[in-house]
Design a protein around this ligand. Structure first.
Ligand SMILES: [Zn+2]
Ligand SMILES: [Zn+2]
Length: 426
């Protein structure tokens, strides 16, 4: 019997890590860390014959260098480049692992293309499918002695500015492990167009008042999507052209987006080929120009980290002393982050030693790279019907709700396992 051990990413978003034990081999699918407290899964790395990383977000790849795996680590070509930057960041900021571990992990990586079959152990063949979530993101499809598992990873079922929608053209599935970030029936998000308009309206209102807009973002995915949206609206003159300052690791990750254009939405690829660079309207903050941000008005500042927990964004929070300025939160804000405090209406925040009164406006335009509830259901309808489903990568309510939805709407047994669960996979 093949069994699955859920090490993390159960009833939570963070630390996704699933171990699959067959008669002949043991592999990990994802090996993430919990970005809000840097906690890591508890595994024995010496047992592991292969690691497959679905994409380069820290909740899926962050713990890999910590374990010094001696066997190969598989991921897509762009994911490898992106992971290198993120791992370096983590090792610098949190000292979770030393730099030499990153080098060792890089030496063990085998980069693959989408849909390329790869025998990763004596009884497991792997294929990665485009998950539509961030550059190089994949759903992991495993043939385990003839039985088929699809681990969706983080998926986006709709097309975005930067990426195609998730690839659902998949053969057959015995067991499905699906994410549930927006798995509750109340998790219905506005259309992409409406969201873009909301973002542009919020920015325009502040620019008109002569204020500055601060946008905290995740280095991979959200930042490139927002830069591409701003480019599009400025180009079509629906948004006034003001300086866009960028800072942090997103500068490097955006470079990687540009250098892997064949993995992006073909529209972006065409633009790049016609020398229209959707990521090119930005000014990188350096020593010489950093004072402009405070002296010149208005402007837009895009910087990491997305949950306002560290990164260069912290130094711009003092701009919130002025009611003219605005911060736009663009994604999920975990508990106990500064982003969550702002979202919850904190009157003052303490990013460093001194308290900062929050007089500027705080708004949230959730620019998610995940499928919402309806979109998850559409995804389920597009893929072949599995015999069994495990639901993970969602807060408790979301995971449990989506498991119920699958039972009710699709008549497939579905559970949302807790961390530590050991269950039969087939
Ligand atoms: Zn992700
Ligand atoms: Zn994730």
């Amino acid at each position: 019997m093949t069994i699955v051990r859920f090490h993390g990413g159960c009833h939570q978003i963070g630390m996704s890590c699933v171990e699959i034990d067959t008669k002949k081999s043991k592999i990990l699918v994802d090996c993430g860390m919990n970005p809000s407290d840097n906690s890591l899964p508890k595994i024995n790395p010496n047992d592991i014959d292969a690691v497959v990383v679905s994409h380069s977000h820290l909740d899926h790849c962050g713990a890999v260098p910590y374990f010094n795996f001696k066997n190969p680590i598989y991921s897509t070509i762009p994911s490898v480049d992106l992971m290198y930057i993120l791992w370096k960041d983590i090792s610098k900021l949190s000292k979770t692992y030393p730099e030499e571990n990153i080098q060792k992990a890089m030496n063990n990586i085998k980069a693959v293309n989408y849909r390329e079959p790869k025998k990763i152990t004596s009884d497991i063949t792997m294929r990665l499918y485009d998950a539509g979530h961030i550059l190089g993101s994949s759903s992991v499809y495993l043939d385990i002695g003839g039985k088929k598992l699809l681990y969706t990873g983080d998926i986006n079922e709709i097309e975005t500015r930067t990426l195609k929608s998730a690839d659902t053209d998949i053969d057959e599935i015995d067991t499905l492990i699906i994410e549930s970030t927006y798995g509750a029936p109340t998790d219905i998000k506005p259309s992409r167009k409406a969201l873009e308009k909301q973002l542009i309206d919020e920015i325009s209102a502040t620019i008109e008042k002569g204020g500055k807009v601060i946008i905290p973002v995740f280095a991979v995915g959200r930042s490139q999507e927002i830069i591409a949206v701003l480019h599009n609206y400025m180009r079509s003159k629906l948004l006034k052209r003001v300086p866009i300052y960028v800072e942090g690791s997103l500068v490097h990750t955006t470079g990687i987006y540009m250098s892997h254009s064949e993995w992006l939405n073909p529209k972006i690829r065409n633009n790049l080929e016609n020398r229209i660079n959707p990521f090119g309207d930005v000014t990188i903050v350096n020593k010489e120009n950093s004072s402009e941000i405070y002296n010149k008005e208005p402007c837009i500042i895009i910087s990491t980290s997305g949950m306002v927990q560290g990164g260069p964004i912290l130094q711009y929070l003092k701009l919130l002393k002025s009611p003219k300025n605005k911060i736009i939160l663009t994604g999920f804000q975990a508990e106990e982050t500064l982003g969550r405090q702002l979202e919850d209406g904190a009157e003052e925040i303490t990013p460093f030693r001194n308290k900062i009164p929050v007089r500027g406006e705080v708004v949230k335009v959730e620019f998610s790279a995940h499928s919402d509830y309806n979109s998850l259901i559409r995804y389920m309808k597009k893929i072949p019907k599995p015999k069994k489903v495990f639901v993970m990568h969602g807060e408790r309510y979301q995971s449990l709700s989506f498991a119920m939805t699958i039972w009710k709407n699709f008549k497939i047994p579905a559970i949302a396992p807790t961390a530590g669960s050991i269950l039969p996979l087939f």
